[in-house]
Design a protein around this ligand. Sequence first.
Ligand SMILES: [Fe+2]
Length: 376
Amino acid sequence: MPSDIRPSAPALADSRPGGSALRSPGPADSEAGTELDDLYEAFSKEQLAPLWTQAAELMPEQPAPSARPHVWRWRTLFDLAERAGQLVPVDRGGERRAIALANPGLGGLPYATPTLWAAIQYLAPGETAPEHRHTQNAFRFVVEGQGVWTVVDGDPVSMQRGDLLRHFHGHQNVADSPMAWLDGLDIPFVQQTDSGFFAYGSDTLTDTSTPDRSRAERLWAHPGLQPVALLGERQSSPIAAYRWQHTDRALAEQLEIEGEGHPATMGAGHAAVRFSNPTTGGDVMPTIRAEFHRLRAGAVSEPRREVGSSVWQVFAGSGSVSLGGTEHCLERGDLFVVPSWAEYELTAGDDLDLFRFSDAPIFEALGQYRTQVGRR
Ligand SMILES: [Fe+2]
């Protein structure tokens, strides 16, 4: 919001109900103009802003986001993260070697969208990131590499390609190669609503063991089964890691069932799964929706628009996305942002797998969510 809320004189004359735009200006008008200028100056001095000069901007006919559609190339991100790995240590204070996507429409803020943070995080062999906790919702999605264990509530969880991992507090790379992954959080939403809390934890990991399966998975990651001793709704999913083998199989079977002539997919050749919280049946986190999409080679998704924003990452394959009317080619690891109400359409070159997260649960909870499928 500009600090000086006074509009220019012509805009003022045009915007006033019954204003002077349709008649010739006379001496009385210039006198009224001066009085109006004084009025606007008084508004400004008292930290007031008239609605009538800003109504269109404040309440547009449909969402008019400042965030812009944009594509970031994984190869570029990874190379820069590698350089950061050589120059920037991971230690207390900075906490993480994470490099955020800064949407070109958001004035340099480290926000992928007005609500979502997306960053590439890089951990070199032998490195440990200190423990901390925060009220911002967080997950990570692994595009390549393995050998990092993250500790969630004292429970070590392994990270492998294709896994979605919910909330994390500290991590270590025990492999002999670096690892990079996508961090997704609701930092912009929490920061803009002044609702976040953060606390440092141990400088060293409280548990450096490297089990194949975390306690959270052994308790909760059995299809349709919940531990009776621990029943009850939880705001975020208790499943610490959604493993690629399950996601991959669910998507493959949707396409198989479609081929057998039964309902299964979002559209022809377009399978999708949503990661869910088994205690509520709802989204994996209260502010973030996470999904995985698979398009068979040559398939084209239906054009879609929705309220709220999303970040997509290509997991495998190649293709293209039409984003706000512009076509972008996509390769493995590439990330793109879809701002609120921007139309997007995916086309698979070869088989195309994409991970996606969005802020839809916020807008659904507030009754503001809306979606449109098909061409306008
Ligand atoms: Fe964190």
